[in-house]
Write a protein that binds this ligand. Sequence first.
Ligand code: HEM
Length: 138
Amino acid sequence: MRTITPLVFALLLTACSQHPQPSLYQQLGGEPGIAAITDGLLQKIEQDQRIVHHFADTDIARFRRLLAEQLCNISGGPCEYTGGTMQESHTGFNITLAHYDALVENLIDVMQQQQISISAQNQLLALLAPMYKDITYR
Ligand code: HEM
């Protein structure tokens, strides 16, 4: 018994350490979760007078597809992002930091409504935050 107990303990420890943490993609609800976040964000943008004008000439179906691809890709999901770079896609729109903050505020509201954990929300926001340099004042 004395020799078996440490062995069992070691095996249990190994099993625990090999149990993977859910990826951010999984924490966001996988493909259906990201589809719901994207749709929710589009609805919020549509109602937000601070930023809706930027999308007046945008092909919304294409934007929806590319945004979902990008959220899937950066959160570790099995998707390829097929859109343009953030810099080229946002050039000429005169997007300010206030516009950027408005969009992020909408995204947080949507994630809150979808009951995404605060930890997962923060992980996604941390991935998006550095993009502001490529999106604003272009
Ligand atoms: C974290 C922030 C953002 C992310 C991740 C993001 C992501 C994207 C993606 C993936 C696209 C499609 C790229 C393509 O057309 O190839 C796009 C396009 C676009 N984004 Fe953003 N975006 C962000 C912030 C903003 C903000 C703050 C605004 C304005 C308030 C904005 C306005 C637009 C517009 C108008 C388009 C469509 C451009 C067109 O019609 O060709 N985006 N964005």
